[in-house]
Design a protein. Structure first.
Length: 361
Protein backbone atom coordinates (compact mmCIF):
# COMPACT_ATOMS: atom_id res chain seq x y z
CA UNK A 1 0.00 0.00 0.00
CA UNK A 2 1.07 3.61 -0.43
CA UNK A 3 -0.14 7.19 -0.16
CA UNK A 4 -1.17 8.50 -3.59
CA UNK A 5 -1.70 12.12 -2.57
CA UNK A 6 -2.04 14.39 0.45
CA UNK A 7 -3.85 17.74 0.69
CA UNK A 8 -3.56 20.10 3.65
CA UNK A 9 -5.56 23.18 4.51
CA UNK A 10 -4.63 25.42 7.47
CA UNK A 11 -2.45 22.69 8.94
CA UNK A 12 0.61 23.72 11.00
CA UNK A 13 2.51 26.24 8.83
CA UNK A 14 0.64 25.40 5.61
CA UNK A 15 -2.29 27.43 4.33
CA UNK A 16 -2.60 25.05 1.37
CA UNK A 17 -0.45 22.12 0.23
CA UNK A 18 -0.73 19.19 -2.16
CA UNK A 19 1.83 16.38 -2.07
CA UNK A 20 1.98 13.42 -4.45
CA UNK A 21 4.77 11.13 -3.19
CA UNK A 22 6.11 8.22 -5.17
CA UNK A 23 5.67 4.60 -4.15
CA UNK A 24 9.26 4.22 -2.98
CA UNK A 25 11.76 6.44 -1.20
CA UNK A 26 10.84 10.13 -0.92
CA UNK A 27 13.39 12.48 0.66
CA UNK A 28 12.04 15.80 1.97
CA UNK A 29 14.93 18.26 2.21
CA UNK A 30 14.88 21.63 3.91
CA UNK A 31 16.23 23.66 6.83
CA UNK A 32 14.92 23.29 10.37
CA UNK A 33 11.49 24.86 10.72
CA UNK A 34 10.65 24.50 7.04
CA UNK A 35 7.62 22.25 7.71
CA UNK A 36 9.06 18.85 6.82
CA UNK A 37 7.89 17.17 10.02
CA UNK A 38 4.41 18.68 9.61
CA UNK A 39 3.99 16.79 6.34
CA UNK A 40 4.95 13.48 7.95
CA UNK A 41 2.70 14.26 10.92
CA UNK A 42 -0.24 14.80 8.56
CA UNK A 43 0.37 11.51 6.77
CA UNK A 44 0.44 9.75 10.14
CA UNK A 45 -2.79 11.49 11.20
CA UNK A 46 -4.61 9.88 8.28
CA UNK A 47 -3.64 6.38 9.46
CA UNK A 48 -3.27 6.71 13.23
CA UNK A 49 -5.92 9.44 13.76
CA UNK A 50 -3.60 11.32 16.09
CA UNK A 51 -0.33 13.22 16.07
CA UNK A 52 2.82 11.14 16.33
CA UNK A 53 4.24 14.12 18.23
CA UNK A 54 1.76 13.49 21.03
CA UNK A 55 0.30 16.99 20.70
CA UNK A 56 -3.41 17.85 21.05
CA UNK A 57 -5.53 18.35 17.96
CA UNK A 58 -5.77 22.14 18.28
CA UNK A 59 -1.97 22.45 18.08
CA UNK A 60 -2.18 21.25 14.47
CA UNK A 61 -4.46 24.11 13.39
CA UNK A 62 -2.60 26.96 11.67
CA UNK A 63 -2.37 30.12 13.76
CA UNK A 64 -5.35 32.37 12.99
CA UNK A 65 -7.42 29.60 11.37
CA UNK A 66 -10.65 28.09 12.70
CA UNK A 67 -9.94 24.54 11.63
CA UNK A 68 -7.44 22.22 9.99
CA UNK A 69 -8.30 19.87 7.13
CA UNK A 70 -6.16 16.89 6.13
CA UNK A 71 -7.14 14.70 3.17
CA UNK A 72 -5.37 11.83 1.50
CA UNK A 73 -5.89 8.81 -0.71
CA UNK A 74 -4.19 5.48 -0.19
CA UNK A 75 -3.81 2.73 -2.75
CA UNK A 76 -4.56 -0.54 -0.95
CA UNK A 77 -5.04 -4.14 -1.99
CA UNK A 78 -8.81 -3.67 -2.35
CA UNK A 79 -8.56 -0.46 -4.38
CA UNK A 80 -8.41 3.06 -2.97
CA UNK A 81 -9.08 4.44 0.50
CA UNK A 82 -9.71 8.15 0.95
CA UNK A 83 -9.41 9.54 4.49
CA UNK A 84 -10.42 13.04 5.53
CA UNK A 85 -9.91 14.56 8.98
CA UNK A 86 -11.26 17.94 10.04
CA UNK A 87 -9.98 19.36 13.31
CA UNK A 88 -12.04 22.38 14.46
CA UNK A 89 -10.76 24.77 17.09
CA UNK A 90 -14.13 24.42 18.81
CA UNK A 91 -16.10 21.18 18.76
CA UNK A 92 -15.35 17.60 17.87
CA UNK A 93 -13.17 16.29 15.08
CA UNK A 94 -14.76 14.81 11.96
CA UNK A 95 -13.36 11.69 10.27
CA UNK A 96 -14.58 10.43 6.89
CA UNK A 97 -13.46 7.28 5.08
CA UNK A 98 -14.48 7.18 1.41
CA UNK A 99 -16.96 9.95 2.19
CA UNK A 100 -18.62 8.20 5.13
CA UNK A 101 -18.13 8.26 8.88
CA UNK A 102 -16.45 5.02 9.98
CA UNK A 103 -18.38 3.02 12.55
CA UNK A 104 -15.20 2.65 14.60
CA UNK A 105 -11.88 4.50 14.48
CA UNK A 106 -10.11 1.16 14.65
CA UNK A 107 -11.42 0.43 11.14
CA UNK A 108 -8.95 3.03 9.86
CA UNK A 109 -6.08 1.60 11.92
CA UNK A 110 -6.80 -1.81 10.45
CA UNK A 111 -6.50 -0.56 6.87
CA UNK A 112 -3.63 1.95 6.96
CA UNK A 113 -0.52 0.53 8.65
CA UNK A 114 1.96 3.32 9.37
CA UNK A 115 5.22 3.26 11.33
CA UNK A 116 6.80 6.58 12.29
CA UNK A 117 10.20 7.24 13.82
CA UNK A 118 11.26 10.63 15.18
CA UNK A 119 14.02 11.89 17.47
CA UNK A 120 11.59 12.14 20.39
CA UNK A 121 11.21 8.35 20.25
CA UNK A 122 14.19 8.29 22.59
CA UNK A 123 11.55 9.08 25.24
CA UNK A 124 10.16 5.58 24.66
CA UNK A 125 13.24 4.33 26.46
CA UNK A 126 14.16 7.18 28.80
CA UNK A 127 10.80 8.28 30.20
CA UNK A 128 8.15 6.55 32.28
CA UNK A 129 6.02 3.56 31.26
CA UNK A 130 3.14 5.44 29.63
CA UNK A 131 4.81 5.80 26.23
CA UNK A 132 5.80 2.12 26.20
CA UNK A 133 2.23 1.10 27.04
CA UNK A 134 1.05 3.27 24.13
CA UNK A 135 3.61 1.66 21.82
CA UNK A 136 2.34 -1.84 22.63
CA UNK A 137 -1.32 -0.79 22.42
CA UNK A 138 -0.88 1.03 19.10
CA UNK A 139 0.87 -1.95 17.54
CA UNK A 140 -1.75 -4.36 18.90
CA UNK A 141 -4.55 -2.25 17.37
CA UNK A 142 -2.81 -2.21 13.98
CA UNK A 143 -2.25 -5.96 14.06
CA UNK A 144 -5.62 -7.08 15.44
CA UNK A 145 -8.70 -4.79 15.25
CA UNK A 146 -10.27 -6.45 18.30
CA UNK A 147 -7.35 -5.21 20.40
CA UNK A 148 -8.35 -1.64 19.59
CA UNK A 149 -11.90 -2.38 20.72
CA UNK A 150 -10.61 -3.90 23.97
CA UNK A 151 -8.53 -0.79 24.63
CA UNK A 152 -11.50 1.51 24.10
CA UNK A 153 -13.68 -0.64 26.37
CA UNK A 154 -11.02 -0.58 29.09
CA UNK A 155 -10.45 3.17 28.87
CA UNK A 156 -14.20 3.75 29.10
CA UNK A 157 -14.61 1.42 32.07
CA UNK A 158 -11.71 2.95 34.02
CA UNK A 159 -12.97 6.45 33.23
CA UNK A 160 -16.48 5.63 34.50
CA UNK A 161 -15.12 3.94 37.64
CA UNK A 162 -12.89 6.94 38.33
CA UNK A 163 -15.80 9.33 37.84
CA UNK A 164 -17.78 7.42 40.46
CA UNK A 165 -14.83 7.43 42.86
CA UNK A 166 -14.18 11.16 42.38
CA UNK A 167 -17.81 12.11 42.87
CA UNK A 168 -18.67 9.82 45.77
CA UNK A 169 -15.44 8.84 47.50
CA UNK A 170 -16.17 6.58 50.46
CA UNK A 171 -19.86 7.15 49.82
CA UNK A 172 -19.72 5.25 46.52
CA UNK A 173 -22.35 2.52 46.19
CA UNK A 174 -20.63 -0.89 46.56
CA UNK A 175 -23.02 -2.57 44.12
CA UNK A 176 -22.29 0.01 41.42
CA UNK A 177 -18.57 -0.36 42.08
CA UNK A 178 -18.93 -4.12 41.66
CA UNK A 179 -20.40 -3.53 38.19
CA UNK A 180 -17.49 -1.31 37.14
CA UNK A 181 -14.96 -3.68 38.72
CA UNK A 182 -16.30 -6.45 36.51
CA UNK A 183 -16.08 -4.33 33.34
CA UNK A 184 -12.57 -3.13 34.21
CA UNK A 185 -11.49 -6.72 34.91
CA UNK A 186 -12.85 -8.20 31.68
CA UNK A 187 -11.54 -5.47 29.35
CA UNK A 188 -8.32 -4.97 31.32
CA UNK A 189 -7.36 -8.62 31.08
CA UNK A 190 -7.99 -8.45 27.33
CA UNK A 191 -5.70 -5.40 27.03
CA UNK A 192 -2.97 -7.23 28.93
CA UNK A 193 -3.32 -10.27 26.67
CA UNK A 194 -3.02 -8.01 23.63
CA UNK A 195 0.22 -6.51 24.93
CA UNK A 196 1.62 -9.93 25.79
CA UNK A 197 0.76 -11.12 22.28
CA UNK A 198 2.56 -8.13 20.76
CA UNK A 199 5.68 -8.81 22.83
CA UNK A 200 5.67 -12.47 21.77
CA UNK A 201 5.07 -11.58 18.11
CA UNK A 202 7.71 -8.85 18.18
CA UNK A 203 10.42 -10.90 19.89
CA UNK A 204 12.39 -12.17 16.89
CA UNK A 205 11.98 -8.99 14.82
CA UNK A 206 13.08 -6.79 17.73
CA UNK A 207 16.21 -8.83 18.37
CA UNK A 208 17.13 -8.83 14.68
CA UNK A 209 16.55 -5.09 14.37
CA UNK A 210 18.70 -4.37 17.42
CA UNK A 211 21.60 -6.33 15.98
CA UNK A 212 21.35 -5.01 12.44
CA UNK A 213 21.21 -1.35 13.44
CA UNK A 214 24.57 -1.76 15.05
CA UNK A 215 24.47 -3.18 18.57
CA UNK A 216 25.53 -6.52 19.98
CA UNK A 217 23.69 -8.32 22.73
CA UNK A 218 20.05 -8.90 23.59
CA UNK A 219 17.02 -6.64 23.84
CA UNK A 220 14.06 -7.98 25.82
CA UNK A 221 11.01 -6.85 27.78
CA UNK A 222 10.56 -6.95 31.56
CA UNK A 223 6.82 -6.44 32.02
CA UNK A 224 5.63 -5.85 35.59
CA UNK A 225 2.13 -5.26 36.95
CA UNK A 226 0.64 -4.37 40.30
CA UNK A 227 -2.21 -6.88 39.99
CA UNK A 228 -0.35 -10.18 39.74
CA UNK A 229 -0.20 -10.77 35.99
CA UNK A 230 3.06 -11.63 34.23
CA UNK A 231 4.24 -12.53 30.75
CA UNK A 232 5.22 -16.00 31.93
CA UNK A 233 2.03 -16.86 33.82
CA UNK A 234 -0.50 -14.63 32.08
CA UNK A 235 -3.34 -12.71 33.69
CA UNK A 236 -7.10 -13.16 33.63
CA UNK A 237 -10.30 -11.43 34.72
CA UNK A 238 -10.40 -13.17 38.08
CA UNK A 239 -6.89 -11.99 38.93
CA UNK A 240 -7.65 -8.35 38.10
CA UNK A 241 -11.04 -8.49 39.81
CA UNK A 242 -9.39 -9.73 43.00
CA UNK A 243 -6.80 -6.95 42.86
CA UNK A 244 -9.52 -4.33 42.42
CA UNK A 245 -11.35 -5.73 45.46
CA UNK A 246 -8.19 -5.78 47.57
CA UNK A 247 -7.34 -2.19 46.60
CA UNK A 248 -10.86 -0.81 46.94
CA UNK A 249 -10.24 0.91 50.31
CA UNK A 250 -7.20 2.68 48.84
CA UNK A 251 -9.15 3.60 45.68
CA UNK A 252 -11.95 5.05 47.76
CA UNK A 253 -9.46 7.23 49.66
CA UNK A 254 -7.47 8.28 46.59
CA UNK A 255 -10.58 8.49 44.40
CA UNK A 256 -8.91 6.74 41.47
CA UNK A 257 -8.32 3.24 40.14
CA UNK A 258 -4.87 2.08 41.25
CA UNK A 259 -4.76 -1.47 39.79
CA UNK A 260 -4.86 -2.51 36.16
CA UNK A 261 -3.00 -2.38 32.85
CA UNK A 262 -3.04 1.45 32.88
CA UNK A 263 -0.51 1.18 35.73
CA UNK A 264 1.67 -1.58 34.19
CA UNK A 265 5.35 -0.99 33.47
CA UNK A 266 6.61 -2.62 30.24
CA UNK A 267 10.33 -1.99 30.76
CA UNK A 268 13.11 -2.73 28.28
CA UNK A 269 16.27 -4.64 29.15
CA UNK A 270 19.62 -4.58 27.31
CA UNK A 271 21.92 -7.48 28.21
CA UNK A 272 20.28 -7.79 31.61
CA UNK A 273 20.49 -4.04 32.31
CA UNK A 274 17.53 -1.69 32.59
CA UNK A 275 17.58 0.29 29.34
CA UNK A 276 15.97 3.33 30.97
CA UNK A 277 18.54 3.84 33.72
CA UNK A 278 21.65 1.78 32.91
CA UNK A 279 22.06 1.90 29.13
CA UNK A 280 24.24 4.52 27.46
CA UNK A 281 22.70 7.30 25.36
CA UNK A 282 23.84 5.49 22.22
CA UNK A 283 22.31 2.21 23.36
CA UNK A 284 19.06 3.96 24.24
CA UNK A 285 18.88 5.54 20.80
CA UNK A 286 19.47 2.16 19.18
CA UNK A 287 16.76 0.57 21.34
CA UNK A 288 14.27 3.25 20.29
CA UNK A 289 15.12 2.72 16.63
CA UNK A 290 14.89 -1.06 17.01
CA UNK A 291 11.37 -0.69 18.46
CA UNK A 292 10.18 1.11 15.32
CA UNK A 293 12.04 -1.15 12.93
CA UNK A 294 10.66 -4.20 14.73
CA UNK A 295 7.11 -2.84 14.47
CA UNK A 296 7.62 -2.26 10.74
CA UNK A 297 8.82 -5.84 10.20
CA UNK A 298 5.95 -7.35 12.19
CA UNK A 299 3.32 -5.29 10.37
CA UNK A 300 4.84 -6.16 7.01
CA UNK A 301 4.71 -9.88 7.80
CA UNK A 302 1.22 -9.76 9.31
CA UNK A 303 -0.29 -7.68 6.51
CA UNK A 304 1.70 -9.30 3.69
CA UNK A 305 2.33 -5.72 2.53
CA UNK A 306 4.75 -2.94 3.40
CA UNK A 307 3.53 -0.34 5.91
CA UNK A 308 4.18 3.29 5.08
CA UNK A 309 7.40 4.25 6.86
CA UNK A 310 7.99 7.78 8.16
CA UNK A 311 11.56 8.64 9.19
CA UNK A 312 11.75 12.13 10.68
CA UNK A 313 15.32 13.46 10.88
CA UNK A 314 16.63 10.03 11.84
CA UNK A 315 19.95 10.00 10.03
CA UNK A 316 21.37 13.16 11.58
CA UNK A 317 21.76 11.20 14.81
CA UNK A 318 23.36 8.10 13.25
CA UNK A 319 26.85 7.41 11.99
CA UNK A 320 27.14 6.00 8.44
CA UNK A 321 27.38 2.39 9.66
CA UNK A 322 24.20 2.60 11.75
CA UNK A 323 22.39 4.54 9.01
CA UNK A 324 23.21 1.88 6.42
CA UNK A 325 22.08 -0.82 8.85
CA UNK A 326 18.72 0.89 9.25
CA UNK A 327 18.09 1.21 5.52
CA UNK A 328 19.08 -2.42 4.92
CA UNK A 329 16.01 -3.51 6.91
CA UNK A 330 13.57 -1.79 4.56
CA UNK A 331 13.27 -3.72 1.32
CA UNK A 332 10.42 -1.98 -0.43
CA UNK A 333 7.25 -0.01 0.05
CA UNK A 334 6.77 3.71 0.51
CA UNK A 335 9.25 5.57 2.73
CA UNK A 336 9.13 9.29 3.57
CA UNK A 337 12.34 10.72 5.03
CA UNK A 338 13.02 14.25 6.27
CA UNK A 339 16.52 15.68 6.43
CA UNK A 340 18.37 18.98 6.39
CA UNK A 341 21.15 17.37 4.33
CA UNK A 342 20.36 14.89 1.59
CA UNK A 343 23.84 13.36 1.79
CA UNK A 344 22.97 12.00 5.27
CA UNK A 345 20.42 9.60 3.74
CA UNK A 346 22.17 6.35 2.70
CA UNK A 347 19.87 5.71 -0.28
CA UNK A 348 18.66 7.48 -3.39
CA UNK A 349 15.05 8.47 -3.91
CA UNK A 350 12.78 11.23 -5.16
CA UNK A 351 13.94 14.56 -3.73
CA UNK A 352 11.43 17.16 -2.53
CA UNK A 353 12.54 20.66 -1.47
CA UNK A 354 10.47 22.06 1.40
CA UNK A 355 10.34 25.77 2.23
CA UNK A 356 7.39 26.05 4.66
CA UNK A 357 4.88 27.03 1.99
CA UNK A 358 5.27 24.49 -0.81
CA UNK A 359 7.01 21.39 -2.12
CA UNK A 360 9.18 21.30 -5.22
CA UNK A 361 10.86 18.34 -6.86
Amino acid sequence: MYLSWLELSDTRCYRRLRFEPEDGLNVLVGPNGAGKTSILESVAYLGLLRSFRGTPDDAVIRTGADRSLMRGEFTVASGTLRVEIELPRVGRRRVLVNGKRPQRNRDVLAQVPIVAFQPDDLDLVKRGPGLRRDYLDDLAAQLWPQAGADQQDYERAVRQRNTLLKQEGRGADPVTLDVWDDRVAVSGAAVFRGRARVIETLDAALGEAYRVVGERGTLTWDYTTNWGASLDEGGDEAMLRAALAERRPRDLDQRTTTAGPHRDDPALVVDGRAARTMASQGEQRTVALALRVGAYRVLRTHRAAHPILLLDDVFSELDPLHAAGVMSLFDGGQVLVTTAREDEVPATGRRWDVDGRSLMR
